[in-house]
Design a protein around this ligand. Structure first.
Ligand SMILES: C[S@@+](CC[C@H](N)C(=O)[O-])C[C@H]1O[C@@H](n2cnc3c(N)ncnc32)[C@H](O)[C@@H]1O
Length: 494
């Protein structure tokens, strides 16, 4: 968006009831590594300062767009457009197709048309992500299923509303709108006491998850909070009980979505009142500094998948990376390793695994930069290593084994992590050397993500090796003691 575009947007914003402190903040373009277009402090801003406010009616969601009503709410639901993001995407397509007639025309003009997210990568670029957790989370097929199953039938059913304009309603446009939601939407809940369909004087929506983030600013907005993190994946949302309400909470919020984010730099947050959403500084901001929101300090894999960028900061070990990074290990690898190491038959495990899952046990374990061994992974390994007698007792008690990292458990975990390392097609050294050379942005991002995952795996393996080294003599001593104890008991019983 050029200067003229910014001015048009700001004029639109103000004429529609939005307000911003033009003395304190402006919209400018930062270097790409700092987010490109974003907001800048035009003077020293104290903490708790209102930077801008947005009437709820100016957010764009399935509640504020008139499309669901024009289409007919019953038919909307019949096509399942009230579930997931398909309904909001169709609203955004329709609003874009209406051009200047749309309430959001000038806002829609500000939104990106191209993305650096893996959703739009070539096959060879995607191959660079092999081994990372992004691969299974792109959601492209799910999106295309929704387009074919919900949006296309809606377009066919109501040519009087949608016309024949393929340009605005193509699958490509569906992905573009979906990516706009993924990288810019907020979770805007209904205001408590609002009536069923969001009409009337109860003034529609509230922002965010009014829980931990809540912060008192003054009496006027006692429950301020924000959720700049893009919504959870569609498939997660579909599992939620009150899905209908959740989907209509997803909203595009003009101006608030102009703020960039970087790990640990947040100095402004979105708060809410009954009628307005408000961006308020959470720290003093110096003149010339960027006004940063937060996307939840996500790991680079998630930043890349949702937003198309990565955070690189100096880390305590002298490398650069994102302190939130983590690597996933599936329970499947652990189960396979126990089978391999202990020559167990698959049948013996099925019962235990089913029980583990029924009890709410994880099927994926996260290892992070802190290098703590996930207690749930330790507990699962112990469960799988139990004798049949011990397993029966555990089942009777209804409690998974305590997450103790003895040497048997550590050996399984070590092998499982070594196997996990093999899912990447390159070594740490290869990646480090490639990062020194010329690379396209996408390939560089892919290497940053997988290198960090591999470093976490390697550091965790080093930790396990040290633990094993220190623990073996202790474990042997304990085993010997246990044997002599049981011997004593047995002789007593005789
Ligand atoms: C909510 S928008 C922020 C405003 C955006 N820069 C714009 O021009 O409208 C999120 C997008 O901004 C960019 N962005 C935000 N923070 C960034 C950062 N720390 N580094 C690189 N890009 C960033 C990414 O393209 C991301 O998808």
């Amino acid at each position: 968006m050029d200067g003229e575009g910014t001015d048009r947007f700001l004029t639109w914003f103000q004429t529609r009831g939005g307000s911003y402190d033009a003395n304190s903040m402006g919209i400018t373009v930062f270097p790409p590594a700092e987010g490109g277009r974003g907001a800048i402090a035009l003077k020293d801003i104290p903490e708790g300062h209102l930077l801008f406010s947005i009437p709820r009616s100016l957010s764009l969601s399935t509640r504020t767009s008139t499309l669901p009503k024009v289409f007919g709410l019953a038919e909307w639901k019949q096509l399942e457009l009230h579930k997931g993001w398909a309904g909001l995407i169709l609203c955004m397509m329709w609003e874009a197709a209406r051009g200047k007639e749309s309430n959001w025309a000038e806002y829609l003009d500000t939104l990106p048309t191209a993305f650096d997210t893996p959703m739009f990568w070539t096959q060879s670029e995607l191959e660079e992500l092999a081994g990372t957790s992004i691969v299974g989370k792109l959601g492209k097929e799910d999106a295309e299923r929704d387009y074919e199953g919900k949006v296309r039938p809606a377009l066919k059913r109501r040519p009087d509303i949608f016309g024949q304009n393929d340009k605005f309603y193509s699958l490509e446009m569906y992905h573009t709108m979906g990516s706009r939601i993924l990288s810019r939407s907020f979770n805007v809940e209904k205001w408590e006491g609002d009536d069923e369909d969001g009409e009337g004087t109860s003034e529609l929506l509230t922002v965010g998850q009014p829980t931990d983030d809540a912060m008192d600013i003054d009496d006027a907005n006692p429950e301020g909070t924000h959720t700049v993190e893009a919504e959870t994946e569609e498939e997660d949302r579909e599992e939620e009980d009150d899905e209908e309400e959740d989907s209509s909470d997803v909203a595009m919020v003009p101006m608030a979505d102009m703020l960039n984010a970087r790990f640990g730099t947040e100095n402004a947050k979105l708060f809410y009142e009954k009628n307005d959403l408000m961006m308020i500084s959470t720290k003093p901001i110096k003149i010339g500094e960027q006004i940063w929101n937060t996307y939840g300090d996500l790991p680079n894999a998630e930043l890349l998948r949702r937003y198309g960028h990565v955070d690189l900061l100096p880390l305590p070990d002298g490398t650069t990376g994102n302190p939130s990074d983590l690597v996933e290990l599936s329970a499947e690898i652990i189960v396979g390793m126990v089978k391999e190491l202990h020559s167990q038959s698959s049948e013996g495990f099925v019962e235990r695994i089913d029980w583990w899952l029924e009890e709410g046990g994880d099927d994926v374990f996260e290892f992070d930069c802190e290098l703590d061994l996930p207690p749930a992974a330790l507990s699962l390994i112990r469960l799988l290593l139990l004798t049949d007698g011990e397993w029966n007792k555990v089942r009777e008690k209804g409690k998974p084994p305590k997450p103790k990292a003895d040497s048997d458990v550590l050996l399984v975990l070590e092998k499982a992590l070594n196997k996990r390392c093999k899912e990447y097609s390159s070594s740490i050294e290869d990646d480090e050397s490639r990062l020194q050379g010329e690379l396209t942005l996408n390939v560089r991002h892919a290497i940053v993500v997988r290198l960090s995952e591999k470093r976490i795996l390697q550091n965790t393996l080093n930790k396990i090796a040290t633990l094993l080294h220190n623990r073996k003599p202790q474990d042997n001593k304990r085993k010997a003691e246990a044997q002599s104890d049981s011997g004593t008991k047995k002789s007593k019983r005789k």
